[in-house]
Design a protein around this ligand. Structure first.
Ligand code: S3P
Length: 193
């Protein structure tokens, strides 16, 4: 602890936080995974990473280009490699692409490596939240997207430690809720000063 001129201890006026395990956000496209992860990261001064962004940086291509030029399968392989690498980092907030739960190996990794939060959203609300639908190759057809969300629900539930329905909630509201629950669960702790 730092001392002032008179030798008295100066009390630190802010708290520093840490995660005891990585926190993974899963859920359908447009559920708000990246927004919530970034919000919490800013608020708590803990890093956040986005699996899609890391895949794009590694491939030097946009997700839509990887799907178009190399196919979904190649994207899934890259996504898996990035997820493995992310689990080795200091625990941080991780936003995952909506399809991360497709591979059993990813589901096993998520369950074993961290605390998984399923942000639930229906497709119509999800679509209204995404500004550029061209960036989401699997959201081209609304009926197909509804079917896909339905199919994936069981997989999201399989990995989730916590499910939060985001319908009609602001990202600030969801982030505050997550913060409270992580503290209560002992996943988010104050760092020793
Ligand atoms: C996908 C979701 C996208 C991205 C890719 C495939 C999916 O991520 O990984 O387009 O299969 O649901 P977001 O959920 O972040 O949009």
């Amino acid at each position: 602890m730092e001392k002032n001129k008179q030798g008295a201890e100066k009390k630190q006026s802010f708290d520093l936080w840490k995660l005891t395990r990585p926190v993974f956000f899963v859920g359908f496209m447009g559920a708000g995974k990246s927004t919530i992860a970034r919000r919490l990261a800013r608020r708590l001064h803990i890093p956040s990473v986005d699996v899609d962004t890391l895949v794009e940086r590694t491939a030097r291509k946009k997700t839509s280009e990887i799907f178009e030029e190399e196919g979904e399968e190649t994207f899934r392989v890259m996504e898996h490699q990035i997820l493995e690498e992310v689990t080795e980092l200091e625990p941080c907030f991780v936003s995952c692409g909506g399809g991360i739960v497709k591979l059993k190996s990813n589901r096993d990794l998520l369950k074993q490596a961290g605390y998984v939060i399923y942000l639930k959203v229906d497709v119509d609300e999800a679509v209204s939240r995404i500004s550029n639908l061209a960036t989401r190759p699997l959201l081209n057809d609304l009926d197909d997207a509804r079917k896909l969300n339905k199919q994936r629900m069981a997989l999201y539930h399989e990995v989730a430690d916590l499910t939060l329905n985001t319908a009609g909630k602001t990202s600030g509201h969801v982030a505050a809720l997550v913060q409270r629950i992580l503290k209560k669960e002992g996943i988010l702790c104050r760092q020793e000063k």
